[in-house]
Design a binder for this molecule. Structure first.
Ligand SMILES: Cc1ncc(C[n+]2csc(CCOP(=O)(O)OP(=O)(O)O)c2C)c(N)n1
Length: 283
């Protein structure tokens, strides 16, 4: 039953423990986010045979390889494109996309905005560690202004995206942000995303002590988790604060949750109509 506390046996049945030790560095947040995803699947008692996981390239994307589910480890930035094809061919499946902030918002940005606009039924979980972890710490579209990165040794001069505002503005119908600092809340957001029939986007703030933390005086995973906990601002509270008071913080909560026509359902309608027209026209 949804909401029932789940046993570790259910959780382990979804994890390829034989592939451990995993490749993530000590203190990395990606394992916590993966744990939240697994708990959400168990919580909703989803049949593993009804799930497909699609990942791009990066430390985040490697999470898909630790799941005992059918899946595709796709090319960099193209997870949503592969997932769109799978969903169109097999709309009855739940298609989960695992992606990093670079994979999703840099090279994959075009796929992201258009999938959100189409409201196609995918559950996209972005592990946002504000950096390209896998390739040794280049800045990403999510690196905060003034933060240091391998490619911004004097401080980053660009303003990052707000991925949740972007997803919602493009048309995503479920949008939420949580973080590794609060795995229970994050699990709830992912579970709601899995329940949702349209495009669900969950941003999971994660941490990279190795490349982001060390360059920004937050060298240990615990330092970054403490920073997340202090910087997280519930949406309801954020509304009453000035831009100055919100500076350096990030909002958490559910940004959007609405029911709108889902793409593959609408596409089925086109197939039915085309079949009828074809039959009327005769051979
Ligand atoms: C076409 C292409 N360009 C660049 C790369 C190199 N590359 C691999 S992973 C990656 C960035 C991954 O960053 P992110 O998605 O934020 O994930 P993280 O490793 O931080 O979890 C890049 C640029 C690649 N594999 N393919």
């Amino acid at each position: 039953m949804p909401g029932t506390p789940s046993g570790s046996e259910d959780i382990l049945s979804l994890v390829r423990v034989d592939r451990f030790p995993h490749l993530w560095c000590a203190g990395c947040g990606h394992g916590i986010v993966l744990g939240a995803l697994v708990r959400a699947i168990v919580d909703r008692r989803l049949d593993p045979a009804s799930l497909v996981v699609v990942a791009g390239i990066g430390c985040a994307a490697r999470a898909a390889g630790y799941l005992k589910l059918d899946g595709v480890h796709a090319t960099h930035g193209r997870a949503i494109a592969f997932a769109t094809g799978i969903k169109l061919a097999r709309p009855e499946l739940k298609v989960i996309v695992i992606t990093g902030d670079g994979d999703l918002a840099a090279i994959g940005g075009n796929h992201f905005i258009h999938a959100a606009r189409r409201n196609i039924g995918l559950t996209v979980v972005c592990f946002n560690n504000s950096i390209y972890g896998m390739t040794s710490g280049q800045y990403s579209p999510m690196t905060p202004r003034a933060a240091r990165a391998t490619t911004a040794p004097y401080g980053h001069i660009e303003k990052p995206f707000d991925l949740c505002e972007l997803a919602a503005a493009c048309g995503a119908t479920y949008v939420a942000r949580g973080g590794a600092y609060n795995p229970a809340r994050l699990t709830g957001y992912i579970a709601s995303g899995l329940d949702h029939r349209g495009f669900a986007f969950i941003e999971a703030v994660s941490q990279c002590p190795t490349y982001f933390g060390r360059r920004n005086r937050l060298a240990r995973g615990i330092d970054l988790l403490k920073w997340q906990k202090e910087a997280a601002l519930p949406l309801e509270r954020a509304a009453s604060l000035s831009p100055e008071e919100r500076e350096g913080r990030f909002t958490v909560g559910v940004f959007r949750d609405v029911d709108e026509p889902e793409y593959t359902e609408a596409y089925d309608g086109v197939i039915a109509l085309a079949g009828k027209k074809g039959a009327e026209a005769g051979p």
